[in-house]
Write a protein that binds this ligand. Structure first.
Ligand code: DQA
Length: 144
């Protein structure tokens, strides 16, 4: 199982600042991830929450399972140490994904507190970043 976990406001994709995040909806993103998983022969579960405690619970469960995670921490990337601590408990691999290129945007988005505990980071490639993350993880998913 690979978990694709999304933080606050990402459920609003499609209508949220389309000039930055595109017009793809969260349902489209979910479909892309599920289709990519099916094509690669791995089970994928896609979730989104605006609630910190829910994201923490999902990360704890992924840690217990030793599962790989694709995480878009959204705004939490830039300040949330509890999410960072939970991310660093993961025993599987962690790919941090940002739809936009956080480095070309406002200064407060340039630093992610998650990146130092991620296996790798993809930013600025739109929702294609999720597909690329899954392609990277799939061959070894559940084998580590
Ligand atoms: C984001 C970038 C963050 O700065 C922002 O707060 C988001 C989305 C992205 O996917 O580009 O909510 O993580």
């Amino acid at each position: 199982m690979i978990y694709v976990l999304n933080g606050p406001n990402l459920g609003r994709l499609g209508t949220r600042e389309p000039e930055i995040y595109g017009t793809t909806t969260f349902a489209d993103l979910e479909r892309l991830c599920l289709e990519t998983g099916a094509a690669l022969g791995v089970e994928v579960e896609v979730r989104q929450t605006d609630a910190e405690h829910e994201m923490l619970r999902w990360l704890h469960a992924a840690a217990d399972e030793g599962a790989d995670v694709v995480l878009n921490p959204a705004a939490w990337s830039h300040y949330n140490i509890a999410i960072r601590d939970a991310a660093s408990m993961l025993r599987g691999r962690l790919v941090e994904v940002h739809i936009s290129n956080i480095h070309t945007r406002e200064e407060f988005r340039h630093h992610s507190v998650i990146s130092a505990v991620a296996t790798g980071v993809i930013a600025g490639l739109g929702i294609d970043g999720y597909r690329l993350a899954l392609q990277h993880l799939a061959p070894l998913a559940g084998k580590g």
